[in-house]
Design a protein around this ligand. Structure first.
Ligand code: TPP
Ligand code: MG
Length: 292
């Protein structure tokens, strides 16, 4: 298949991530839609490590490391300074894990969204606190093993996308590095949009998901095709599904990952019910359209 995405690379070939890190691939693809006038803001996470340090840094772009809960606030300040300097053509992009986005930094994220800060906020979602050794977050799916859910997570995954959309932000999307064309075009669209933009990227983690490190792209595809991770776009409140799943069996997605190995029939039924309810909401939102 002919690859139609840009050859530009804002990431060096080497980085400090684990082999098969979906979050590293996600960054590489996301940056293909960005230019060199991009400033990256990263809170405590695996990416604090993956980025490395000068002179061996993995990114070719200026990057600010922040404490766990304040990346959107630091990004707000950087945006304000750039505006004061008249540098409106510079994009500020937060690149945060699910721990800081869904949980500990959610307050700062919600506040920046509510103020319509002119930022791109990316949550690379590997569904747990991976950098500190695989602890459960509110992004961890039901039925998953983590070190803090040795008997599997009992709760559903928090729907952060809908929560952010309901702040009235200008652009929101989900993306997967297994679908590079879809992902790069969403980052391109976000770059061209003003206001608060939120992109949720599912980033398979071989270490925490207990899967083979060569299967990152394949597992990402299974997440999308089974409907577990819907590819969506919400522009000014108008929802669309950018890639219809082929509804491949959910079991295929669960069985390829060791973190779901402890699931019994009850956990599988709960997982499928969570999935069904999620899609019910998506279909309703897509149908709803905009008020006339
Ligand atoms: C206030 C605070 N609490 C805890 C930590 C320790 N810590 C550093 S990274 C991290 C995990 C972050 O998880 P997530 O945001 O999902 O990113 P990931 O590591 O999965 O990439 C934690 C708990 C910290 N740096 N600061
Ligand atoms: Mg994480």
């Amino acid at each position: 298949m002919e690859l139609k995405y840009p050859s530009v690379e804002h990431m060096e070939p080497g980085h400090l991530g684990c082999a098969g890190c979906g979050a590293a691939l996600a960054m590489r693809l996301a940056l293909k839609a960005m230019d060199e006038k991009t400033r990256v803001v990263i809170p405590a996470s695996c990416w604090s490590i993956i980025a490395g340090r000068h002179p061996d840094a993995a990114l070719k772009l200026p990057l600010v490391h922040t404490p766990f809960a304040v990346a959107p606030s630091v990004a707000t300040g950087i945006r304000a300074a750039l505006d004061r300097l008249g540098q409106r053509d510079v994009t500020v992009m937060v690149w945060a894990g699910d721990g800081s986005s869904y949980d500990i930094g959610f307050g700062a994220l919600s506040a920046a969204a509510e103020r319509s800060e002119d930022l791109i906020y990316v949550c690379y979602d590997n569904e747990a606190y991976m950098n500190t050794g695989v602890q459960r977050s509110s992004a961890t799916p039901p039925g998953a093993w983590t070190t803090t859910t040795p008997n599997l997570k009992r709760e559903a995954k928090k729907d952060i996308l809908t929560a952010l959309v309901d702040h009235g932000i200008s652009y929101a999307a989900t993306a997967s590095p297994s679908y590079p064309q879809d992902m790069i075009s969403k980052f391109g669209r976000a770059k061209e949009t003003l206001g608060f933009r939120f992109i949720l990227v599912l980033s398979p983690c071989p270490t925490g998901w207990r899967m083979e490190e060569g299967k990152t792209v394949e597992v990402g595809r299974m997440a999308v095709e089974s409907g577990v991770f819907p590819l969506l776009e919400v522009v000014d409140g108008r929802w669309s599904v950018t890639h219809e799943p082929s509804w491949s069996p959910v079991e295929e997605y669960l069985e390829i990952q060791g973190r779901f190995a402890g699931m019994g029939e009850g956990e599988k039924a709960f997982f499928k019910e969570w999935l069904r309810e999620r899609w019910e909401l998506i279909r309703a939102r897509v149908k709803q359209g905009l008020p006339s």
